[in-house]
Design a protein around this ligand. Structure first.
Ligand SMILES: Cc1cc2nc3c(=O)[nH]c(=O)nc-3n(C[C@H](O)[C@H](O)[C@H](O)COP(=O)(O)O)c2cc1C
Length: 506
């Protein structure tokens, strides 16, 4: 018996010595690799232990999100916002208890101005539909003020596009294709579609990459395609075209875009045929003539003198020549992939550009003619209601809808390794995204946003969200005092020569 125990202990000792020996050998190999390599100074100076820095740095992102970051701390979206979307998507009770965790002190915080006699639910009106493109052959009567922003098929996976298409149909909102062309998955759910023409004209290009009128007509022949959006720029990367890494360009994506499989899909940084506002209006006229549908533009605003020139050029040609809508993207908008300096530092945020754009159109009597669609971090009811107050007719969201699909903000959209299957073409990872389950969450998210913006509007004493104006929101200043938005951005007078145009004051 005693011998038996000694034998076991002896064997264990051998195993232990063997394992330690292997461990020591590995440490020596790593030590030699680290001191001889030249590309990493930390590992060269601190062989082996220098490696822990990289491990902890990548784990830190994960641990901060789950354990250390406070509810309102993370960027681009904090936990409170993401959880609101998650609950809205599940159609769960979205009330919170005890008190707000939001700090109302920082300058820039919007505070809505409640009315002593809120609108009675009995008197509340259904949010009215809004006609876009009254001068085109087939104007579009848009039902929802909250819609799905441009995200290309390619940046998004097949199950993600399918879930969005079905969810949009259920909620009655539109879905923007983004610049990757129109796929059968966009059409599958039967929702209204806005077709985006990116700088590479994916889906509507000739062999040599120019705009094809025939292909435009083919796309417009789908009744579901209600409008066309010419992308000039995007908030996350103004002055840079779309970037789809080679590993994401599979056969289907390549066919739909009209490019080669396995090659990175990089679009030009602007439309080569649009050099100024006159050429922009020519391009709009061409797309409108070919499609018969409303045509608008998407841009993030930095320099803004061109907007006044655009308005003047419109008046010279006639009001019908105007873009039917202007999708104004915020400098802090999202993307599948972009260089950090453009993402961090270029393009005005919506809080400044939206009132500015709305005022320029107003000054030129074009406010009613050109509908404003605002996008950029509007994922909760408060953000959406602020945009309506500041001058938007519609709000688009990309990342809000990604959260409704189950996005966990792992910041891997450019890697083909998205853990939730939303931005990857890896079938194993896509398995996690069931379009049947997610379409309901997409629809619930959209209808709950609309519902809670309506609640906010009623609290401010108006019958429906589009009646919200600048007087309904105050902005906290550095002094701690809040000031009404209509004092910060007073409406300019309409220029006398344009006062007979269709202007509205909101
Ligand atoms: C994954 C992803 C893909 C996108 N693809 C496009 C695109 O193809 N075209 C475009 O104009 N914008 C694209 N965008 C930008 C969004 O349409 C939107 O303008 C921006 O993200 C701001 O909205 P958000 O804050 O609600 O995300 C993309 C954004 C994301 C996150």
């Amino acid at each position: 018996m005693t011998n038996g125990i000694l034998d076991v202990l002896g064997a264990l000792t051998y195993v232990l010595v063997f394992v330690l020996g292997i461990g020591l050998a590995m440490v020596i190999v790593l030590f030699v690799i680290d001191v001889t390599q030249k590309h990493d100074a930390v590992r060269r100076n601190y062989p082996v232990i220098g490696r822990f820095r990289h491990i902890f740095a990548s784990l830190g992102e994960f641990f901060r999100q789950y354990f250390f970051a406070m509810d309102r701390e993370e960027m681009p979206f904090n936990r409170a916002e993401r959880e609101w979307v998650e609950r809205a998507g599940k159609g769960k009770d979205n009330t919170i208890a005890f008190g707000s965790t939001k700090n109302l002190d920082p300058a820039g915080t919007p505070i809505f101005v409640n009315c002593p006699f809120p609108t009675l639910e009995l008197d509340a009106a259904q949010t009215a539909t809004c006609i876009i493109g009254p001068h085109s052959k087939q104007p579009y009567e848009a039902r929802s003020f909250f819609n799905i922003s441009a995200m290309s098929f390619g940046a998004l996976s097949v199950p993600a596009v399918r879930a969005l298409s079905h969810g949009a149909k259920m909620a009655g909102c539109w879905m923007n294709t983004g610049e990757g062309g129109l796929s059968p998955y966009h059409l599958e759910g039967g929702c209204d579609i806005v077709f985006q023409i990116g700088t590479a004209k994916y889906g509507v290009r000739t062999e040599d990459g120019r705009l094809s009128d025939d292909k435009l007509r083919e796309v417009a022949a789908h009744e579901q395609v209600r409008m066309f959006e010419i992308k000039l720029s995007q908030g996350a990367k103004p002055g840079k075209g779309g970037i789809l890494p080679a590993e994401k360009v599979n056969r289907t994506i390549a066919d739909i875009r009209g490019i080669r499989e396995g090659e990175a899909s990089i679009s030009p940084n602007r439309h080569p045929e649009i050099n100024n506002v006159e050429e922009l209006l020519d391009f709009i006229a061409r797309v409108r003539a070919a499609t018969g549908k409303p045509v608008g533009i998407k841009a993030v605003v930095g320099a803004y003198g061109w907007l006044e020139k655009l308005c003047e050029a419109i008046h010279k040609r006639g009001i019908e020549s105007a873009p039917d809508f202007f999708t104004l993207d915020s400098g802090d908008g999202g993307t599948g992939a972009a260089p950090m300096p453009l993402m961090d530092n270029v393009g005005l945020p919506l809080k400044e550009s939206l009132p500015m754009l709305s005022d320029i159109f107003h000054k030129y009597g074009l406010r009613d003619r050109i509908k404003i669609i605002a996008s950029g971090k509007r994922i909760t009811p408060g953000g959406v209601a602020w945009a309506l107050c500041a001058g938007a007719d519609f709000i688009n969201s990309a990342r809000g809808f990604m959260f409704s699909l189950g996005c966990i903000q792992s910041l891997k959209c450019n890697k083909n390794t998205c853990p939730t299957g939303i931005t990857t073409h890896n079938p194993r990872l896509q398995r996690g995204l069931d379009p049947q389950d997610k379409k309901v969450k997409v629809a619930n998210y959209c209808t709950n946003i609309v519902h809670e913006v309506e609640i906010l509007a009623h609290s401010c004493g108006v019958d429906e969200p589009r009646q919200l104006g600048r007087k309904h929101v105050r902005i906290v200043q550095d002094t701690g005092k809040s000031v009404p938005l209509d004092e910060i951005y007073p409406r300019p007078a309409i220029l006398p020569q344009y006062s007979s145009s269709m202007a509205t004051v909101r």
